[in-house]
Design a protein around this ligand. Structure first.
Ligand code: ADP
Length: 159
């Protein structure tokens, strides 16, 4: 059984993330999308809310699990019996950081391989930070995020 981890901040999860996730779910037996809890980084949404919004957004994907973790991604991958990390690439600007990260992970855990995926062009420019910027300036984010995220931000989150 090939298990892949899709780690990230997902603050909040976007249609770009979901597109990557769906592709990964079609390739691997099981994909765990996992929110990285970083105690030093102050997030937009609390980790439990991010996890819950992802859960609501991936209900129709049978081989996808949703979780969160703290600490090194490779330790979490080992704990879950995963040998693949999924990362997304949008533009050349992502490449340098993602390359460094995958090489660092590979130096720490040779058996864990990083697989890079891309989205459909229509989701390529979407990032969580762009979404936050649009949302905080009262723009319409419904095209860029799954419905549960749109609903949550519309009804619950107060800025
Ligand atoms: P992180 O803080 O770990 O970069 P993100 O939630 O911002 O977490 O992103 C998780 C992963 O998804 C990263 O590899 C990022 O490049 C990728 N990603 C995010 N949005 C897109 C998108 N629209 N197209 C392709 N990959 C994406």
């Amino acid at each position: 059984m090939k298990i892949a981890i899709y780690p990230g901040s997902f603050d909040p999860v976007t249609k770009g993330h979901l597109d990557i996730l769906k592709t990964a779910a079609g390739i691997f037996d099981k994909v765990i999308i996992a929110v990285a809890r970083n105690s030093e980084k102050h997030g937009f949404l609390p980790v439990d809310v991010r996890v819950d919004l992802i859960k609501q957004s991936v209900k129709d994907l049978a081989n996808v699990e949703v979780d969160y973790f703290e600490g090194l991604t490779i330790n979490y991958a080992r704990e879950k019996g995963a040998t693949v990390l999924i990362r997304g690439l949008r533009a050349v600007s992502d490449f340098e950081y993602e390359m460094q990260l995958s090489q660092a992970n590979s130096a720490l855990a040779e058996e864990v391989k990083t697989v890079f995926l891309t989205t459909k062009p229509k989701y390529n420019f979407i990032s969580s930070s762009t979404i936050k910027e649009i949302y905080l300036n009262n723009g319409d984010i419904s095209k860029f995020v799954p419905e549960p995220v749109n609903e949550y931000l519309k009804n619950t989150y107060k800025c």
